[in-house]
Design a protein around this ligand. Structure first.
Ligand code: DGL
Length: 272
């Protein structure tokens, strides 16, 4: 058993959707979550920016918190930076997040699947390789969703969902018709960790019978497997959580109070 915390990071609030699943699946583990809101969004930035930020946060988490494992709770950062992180930290366990194309291919009946993700994720070689493993099984309609992660964060900070709803309508509409008839999309992959927090609006737009597929639970299962095989899984402990941000502490505070069983102070960080 290893009682060190697990590090988790995202460009902002989105990784909290992964943290929710991690806390549910690994209740004895301690977590430290970093929202890199001061350098967000990642999805419309170049790879060099995302790699530099991912390296800096990983160094910080290992250096200041002696984490036993890292979960990159961001599809965009996984696509751009996970290979670099693994090369720079050999032997250190790192779990990433990828759009759930395989589960979607297994779930669809109409064989038409919508994929919402950031521009960076969809353009990445990693995503294209993943797509190549399943594109014989179904047709994937890939929709870059510029501004959607920011609109989700804006809604948390102001309570105003006008722009969020407009963007959800724009992007779901652009993918085509949703439904269960031949030629319609019956399965929607949420390929950015922010998007589960827009799930209610998306459901209203595409219809509640459409399957929305996110990645929190598979990531939690994979994290647990890795901890078990390396004899690091905690079997006792009350599960402590620390939150830090490179952006506004109040924003992460508000989101965590809304989405997690958590109360406390968010640490303001400058991670260079
Ligand atoms: N949450 C991130 C992801 O899963 C991206 C959001 C952003 O563009 O920063 O891709």
């Amino acid at each position: 058993m290893n009682t060190h915390p697990i590090g988790v990071f995202d460009s902002g609030l989105g990784g909290l959707s992964i943290l929710q699943a991690l806390q549910a699946g690994l209740p004895c583990e301690d977590f430290i979550y970093i929202a890199d809101s001061g350098h967000a969004p990642y999805g419309e930035r170049d790879d060099a920016h995302v790699i530099a930020r991912s390296r800096a946060i990983t160094r910080y988490l290992r250096g200041h918190h002696d984490i036993k494992m890292l979960v990159v709770a961001c599809n965009t950062a996984t696509a751009a930076a996970i290979d670099t992180l693994r090369q720079e930290h050999p032997g250190f366990p790192i779990v990433g997040v990828e759009p759930a194309l395989k589960p979607a291919a297994a779930a669809t009946h109409t064989r038409r699947i919508g994929v919402m993700a950031t521009r960076g994720t969809l353009a990445s070689a990693r995503f294209q390789t993943l797509l190549g493993t399943v594109d014989q099984q179904a047709e994937f309609i890939c929709q870059p969703c510029d501004g959607l992660a920011e609109a989700i964060e804006h809604t948390v900070s102001t309570g105003d969902a006008t722009n969020l709803i407009a963007l959800c309508a724009l992007y779901s509409g652009a993918m085509g018709q949703f439904g269960h008839e031949t030629g319609q999309i019956d399965t929607l992959v949420l390929g950015c960790t922010h998007y589960p927090f827009a799930q209610d609006h998306l459901c209203t737009l595409v219809g509640s019978s459409i399957q929305l597929i996110a990645t929190g639970e598979p990531v939690a299962r994979q994290t647990k497997r890795l901890l078990q095989t390396s004899a690091m899984l905690r079997t006792s402990g009350s599960g402590q959580l620390k939150l830090g941000t490179t952006g506004q502490a109040g924003l992460l505070q508000a989101a965590a109070a809304q989405w997690l069983p958590w109360q406390g102070d968010v640490e303001s960080l400058s991670i260079a």
